[in-house]
Design a protein around this ligand. Structure first.
Ligand code: NAD
Length: 429
């Protein structure tokens, strides 16, 4: 049975039939069956340490006052401070935050980062707010959860609906109340106030590194490898361009409108990314265009779904012709599709490993903040490479030793680390 922790935990929240928390608990139980961890520890890990819910009043630009709900779920901190994003989205719920905070615990553990898992946000549609309103809301939220967070306690980061500017306001509000500039309270800040070079590019870079290692592992030559990438945003475009630079032939990329396709390979640097020019992929002159569904079924060596969740499903899993799937997006493969790929012998390298470059460079940012010393981009990229290869090797060894899928192996590595830390520390009192 495959362990798909992220099934249902994509950015849109849970699946229709199962909430993010139910999925997370189900997957924890499945992962636990593979390893020798005390039942009491598994029971503890089904629950968050705490969930904080606060009222966040906002004076709107028209002078009226509206009250929004802010949430911070902290799952586990046995390996270090809680870490995870803050999302501004109308669909944010405490239950979803708990499920996603559990996922952060495993993601940090598989990367062997000294962090635990958290997630939070505000139940609000950020598109309904002016910039000034968003700033006031963020500052008040920072104040309301100030006792819960901190650079040694819980370190938020950008997520859906929040960005580097949001983190800058958050950090400023926290610092003003603490009486000292505290950049390490959040990551994903602009570099001028303690953000890290390379942070934005990091998830795509890690996807490219893991794809490159998977290509090697399956005895392919990157120079003779064809790749299709769904989603030409931050993750997809950075991954596609790096793999292109490293000699792979990127034959297809897409955005929400569809895909461009050239069997001779696309010039990925000439195609505008989502950030550079939203929804411009189809305007790039290429011999062929495809639908997003057709892209996933191309006869390529590697397919990288890097757009949204739940795109590889029971309906299309049997039509996928790629030899390797590397998950760039969070939760692109449903539980049912995972089982089909396992049966068909198509390796799926999980999101929890492949796109973990983001939280890894967040860790580097935190290190830079507490040491008050900025690293060069070259150093960030070199250290990211080292961390990714180390995590890749840990998971690969588990795959080879246990004859498990890549996803199972990643969760086994993560849960073992958390379980061992809990065993060593013991239960208090
Ligand atoms: P983005 O907004 O920069 O880009 C998303 C791209 O996907 C765009 O090109 C968009 O047009 C396309 N797209 C949107 N809906 C689509 C659809 N239904 N079908 C095909 N293409 C579609 O987003 P991003 O930051 O690159 O994130 C992509 C995925 O990676 C998400 O699942 C996100 O949760 C995950 N992720 C992002 C980061 C990060 O830090 N950016 C880190 C880890 C995981």
């Amino acid at each position: 049975m495959a362990i798909n922790m992220l099934d249902g935990l994509n950015s849109d929240g849970g699946t229709e039939s199962e909430s993010a928390l139910e999925t997370a608990r189900r997957q924890l139980t499945e992962a636990a069956a593979h390893i020798n961890v005390d039942d009491g520890i598994i029971e503890r890990l089904k629950h968050p340490t705490r969930v904080v819910e606060v009222a966040v009043p906002l004076k709107r630009d028209d002078g009226t006052v509206e009250v929004f709900t802010g949430i911070r779920a902290q799952h586990d901190d046995v390996r270090g401070p809680y870490k995870g994003g803050l999302r501004y989205h109308p669909g944010v719920t405490a239950e979803e935050c708990i499920g996603l905070s559990m996922w952060m615990t495993w993601k940090c553990a598989v990367m062997d980062l000294p962090f635990g898992g958290a997630k939070g946000g505000i139940v609000v549609n950020p598109k309904d707010l002016s910039t000034a309103e968003k700033e006031r809301l963020t500052r008040r939220f920072a104040e309301e959860i100030r006792d819960t967070i901190g650079p040694k306690r819980d370190i938020p980061a950008p997520d859906m609906g929040t960005d580097a500017q949001t983190m800058a306001w958050f950090m400023d509000a926290y610092s003003m109340q603490e009486g000292e500039t505290t950049p390490g309270v959040v990551t994903g800040k602009p570099p001028v106030i303690g953000g890290s070079h390379g942070r934005e590019e990091a998830p795509g870079r890690s996807v490219a590194i893991i794809a490159r290692e998977a290509i090697r592992h399956y005895d392919k030559d990157i120079e003779e490898t064809t790749i299709a990438v769904q989603g030409f945003g931050s993750v997809g475009a950075n991954a596609a361009r790096l793999l292109d630079d490293w000699g792979a032939t990127v034959v297809a990329v897409s955005d929400v409108n569809g895909a461009v396709y050239d069997t001779n390979g696309l010039d990925t640097h000439a195609i505008a990314t989502h950030d550079e020019q939203p929804e411009a992929v189809m305007r790039h002159g290429a011999p062929n265009t495809l639908t997003n569904e057709e892209l996933l079924e191309l006869d390529v060596d590697v397919v990288i779904p890097a757009a949204v969740g739940n795109v590889l499903t029971e309906e299309n899993a049997n039509d996928v012709r790629a030899d390797i799937i590397v998950e760039g997006a969070n939760g692109p493969t449903t539980f049912a599709a995972d089982a089909i790929f396992e049966e068909r012998g198509i390796p799926v390298i999980p999101d929890i490993l492949a796109n973990a470059g983001g939280v890894t460079v967040s860790y580097f940012e935190w290190l830079q903040d507490i040491n008050r010393r900025q690293w060069s981009l070259e150093r960030v990229n070199n250290e990211l490479e080292t961390e990714m290869l180390s995590a890749w090797n840990d998971v690969r060894q588990e795959v080879e030793a246990g004859d498990t899928s890549w996803r199972d192996a990643a969760y086994i590595v993560a849960l073992n680390r958390v379980g061992e830390a809990k065993t060593a520390r013991g239960l208090w009192p």
